[in-house]
Design a protein. Structure first.
Length: 300
């Protein structure tokens, strides 16, 4: 009797857990759709912005903008400070999502430190902030207010001070560690270099683009003034893309994790139900045997 009561309590507990994980799966699915829409809307703008910069850029103009400057390494007298922006989520229950991002950030920081840089960590999201605080790692910035609905203003607040330091020559590079949203099942971590802006391979004004056409524009104001406005916008957009892709990846990872937990709970319920039925059947058989034995004893 005690065994069947324990099995009943276990079955009720697993059923309640399955209801919770199923609800969380549905919530993540709903949020994933909205987050995916933001990612899809951000990508064409980023491509168009990169194409416009590539059409305007010439070798002469590359030397005119600090954001395009490639500083010398620390061993050759260049700035020794580097910044890494780590984007994680504020909530867990998303499988290994945050652990993978933190592992990638630690690996990237180790690589930069081996190259002679002093790395400043800018953590976005509670999971990353708490991990490095627990590890006694000093944080240059800790933001937990971005959440799963990042905006362009959030991106500007993150990268604007870094752009100013880079233009002043006090910062060597800025990398962003984020999750690339490929699908709900594939959200691998990635490292994106946002400063300096990589000008190589983008072509230039008058070069043939990927579609085989020649850019032929009449510009007013001149290309230098337009680039002066586009380059900071491009850096901000890169950080914004990292934020929205990580937000979408978080919901995809949580949906996958909660679906797996729901399926596992269902399998556990099947096993517990079979075990309960066997225990109940054995108990009934034992009671019948005791009744029959008592009746036979009275006859004797």
């Amino acid at each position: 009797m005690a065994k069947t009561r324990a099995l009943k309590r276990r079955i009720r507990s697993v059923e309640n857990t399955r209801k919770i994980t199923r609800t969380m799966e549905l919530v993540a699915t709903s949020k994933l759709k909205r987050a995916q829409d933001r990612v899809v809307a951000a990508r064409p703008y980023a491509r168009a912005l990169a194409a416009a910069i590539a059409d305007l850029l010439t070798p002469e103009l590359v030397e005119s903008y600090p954001l395009l400057r490639q500083p010398a390494p620390p061993a050759k007298g260049g700035p020794a400070r580097a910044a890494v922006i780590l984007v994680t989520s504020n909530r867990g229950l998303a499988g290994a999502f945050n652990a993978n991002l933190i592992r990638t950030a630690r690996r990237r920081m180790a690589e930069l430190e081996e190259a002679g840089y002093v790395v400043e960590l800018h953590a976005v999201g509670k999971k990353g902030v708490r991990f490095f605080q627990f590890a006694n790692r000093e944080l240059a910035l800790a933001r937990v207010d971005v959440g799963d609905r990042p905006t362009a203003q959030h991106a500007l607040e993150l990268v604007q001070p870094l752009m100013q330091e880079y233009e002043a020559g006090a910062l060597a590079l800025v990398d962003v560690v984020y999750a690339t949203f490929k699908s709900a099942l594939s959200t691998p971590p990635a490292v994106l270099r946002v400063l300096p802006i990589e000008a190589g391979g983008t072509g230039g004004r008058g070069d043939r683009g990927t579609e085989g056409r020649v850019a032929n524009y009449i510009l007013k104001p001149g290309a230098d003034e337009i680039l002066g406005a586009l380059l900071p916008l491009y850096v901000k957009n890169q950080v914004y893309r990292a934020l929205v892709e990580t937000a979408a990846s978080e919901q995809g990872a949580r949906r996958t994790a909660m679906k797996s937990a729901t399926d596992n709970a269902g399998e556990m319920l099947d096993i517990l139900t079979r075990t309960f039925n066997r225990a109940r059947q054995a108990q009934i058989t034992q009671e019948i045997a005791e009744i029959v034995g008592g009746a036979e004893a009275q006859k004797g």
